[in-house]
Design a protein around this ligand. Structure first.
Ligand code: ZN
Length: 458
């Protein structure tokens, strides 16, 4: 956060923290508020023109319904995915990025009337730091489309916004980021079967859970294409970022019980991911707001981040500020002079580029930073008005140290911070009764991890 935006609360917190002398001899804190040149460069390389070209090409396949034709080279979902794969291979040529299909045959269900191969196109950019490359960040958009009847697999379903916008964003990110280096691994995924029940995303998330993949964060981009509301208002200055708090479930896990017991229902791993994404996205995309919404998704709706949440991963969804339902899941038609359908003329390609840049800033900052600290605890062995936190040491060789962040219990985002150096225990002169805390890991360049919420340590 730049100094100009320090709030009075934050200043008060900083002054309070500065009075703690226990770690006065630490090396200078890395600058965690500067723009990293590598991230700035990647963000600047995102092209609205290429995004537009990807969307127009996706629309040209007529329909991308999950059960549509797969034999034609010009129409249907088969042609679409072969084009996505070849395009990613072309732009990733000479880089470390690997492009594969990830598929299974769905035997049928409420929205699948016959056995259908559901195919994700997955581009993986392996991390370059041995200690970090098992840590993965996944970003997805769905390339399948639909019209009014979700089972109609032949009618033209352009899906220019839902979700060629997200698919094009992911393709553009992959092509740009493949030419940069990141410590952790990035997975750029375009999935099928979203409209038929989040099938492709669920298939990937289930494999991840079964194989114990360390997915430290997941971004879903779905309906990020339009800056116009149905009443004609234009808002191209913000994107909604949906972030779940307490995951719903029939039973409460021990971890969840601990979270809720300490008032941490606003400190789930997904909310920490959202805080990180807002801070980094707004840092690199000037004048653009990442509007974090403390909800899993739009009211009672869901998306491809849902199966990741269900499997215990941190996952958020990007969506435009105002949806226009005349151009979503609609048969192409004109009624009383009004055009219905999800057509490219209702997309705003410059707006999509801004959302893509927020994704790049978020993903790059995550994949350059150390992992969020593990086994973070708040000491409760004696009653005190200070707060003493402990954690396990990170393994990354470029680690500089740790940062304790805090906020008042009613505040949505961090208000104060204190760099405590390369230690695994530190105190701040603020009471854990009155503040929420987190611990972040910081590398020597100032890349900072999302915060980890402390659990009681007795
Ligand atoms: Zn969608």
């Amino acid at each position: 956060m730049p100094p100009a935006r320090l709030s009075r609360t934050l200043l008060a917190g900083l002054i309070a923290a500065a009075t703690t002398s226990a770690f006065a001899a630490q090396a200078a804190a890395p600058d965690v508020s500067k723009r990293q040149p590598e991230i700035e460069k990647a963000v600047s390389e995102i092209s609205a023109k290429r995004i537009e070209a990807y969307i127009r090409k996706l629309v040209s396949f007529g329909t991308r319904h999950t059960m549509s034709d797969t034999s034609s080279d010009t129409r249907g979902i088969g042609a679409a995915r072969r084009w996505i794969k070849s395009e990613l291979e072309r732009c990733g040529a000479g880089t470390r990025m690997q492009v594969t299909y990830d598929s299974y045959v769905d035997q049928g269900g409420p929205r699948i009337s016959r056995p259908t191969e559901v195919v994700n196109v997955v581009a993986t950019l392996p991390g370059t730091q041995p200690e970090s490359k098992d840590r993965m960040y996944v970003v997805s958009g769905h390339y399948d489309s639909r019209v009014t009847d979700v089972m109609n697999d032949t009618a033209d379903a352009p899906g220019a916004n839902d979700d060629a916008s997200g698919t094009a964003a992911v393709m553009e990110m992959a092509c740009v980021m493949a030419r940069h280096n990141f410590d952790a691994t990035l997975v750029f995924m375009t999935v099928a079967g979203e409209e038929q029940g989040l099938l492709g995303a669920k298939h990937f998330a289930d494999q991840a859970k079964k194989n114990g993949w360390n997915i430290a964060g997941m971004y879903d981009n779905d309906i990020i294409g339009s800056s116009h509301a149905d009443d004609g208002r234009k808002d191209d200055g913000q994107v909604r970022l949906f972030a779940q708090g307490v995951p719903p479930g029939k039973e409460m896990s021990e971890a969840l019980r601990t979270l809720v017991t300490t008032g941490g229902e606003n400190d789930s791993i997904t909310r920490q991911l959202a805080r990180h994404t807002k801070e980094q996205g707004e840092r690199y995309v000037k004048g653009f707001k990442v509007n974090v919404i403390y909800r899993t998704d739009r009211y009672l709706r869901g998306g491809d981040h849902s199966p990741f949440l269900a499997n215990g991963y941190a996952a958020v969804r990007f969506t435009e500020p105002n949806e226009n339902f005349d151009h979503q899941h609609q048969d192409l038609r004109t009624e009383n002079g009004k055009v219905y359908g999800d057509l490219p003329e209702f997309d705003d390609f410059n707006y999509i580029a801004k959302v893509t840049k927020v994704n790049v800033a978020g993903l790059a900052s995550l994949a350059l930073a150390p992992a969020a600290p593990q086994k973070v605890g708040a000491r409760t062995d004696k009653l005190e008005n200070d707060t003493t936190l402990v954690w396990e040491a990170n393994q990354e060789p470029d680690l500089a140290g740790y940062r304790i962040v805090w906020r008042e219990t009613t505040a949505p985002f961090w208000q104060g911070a204190k760099y405590v150096g390369n230690v695994t225990e530190a105190s701040v002169k603020l009471s854990k009764d009155n503040y929420f805390f987190g611990v972040q890991a910081v590398d020597k360049d100032g890349n900072v991890s999302p915060a980890t919420y402390p659990v009681p340590k007795r």
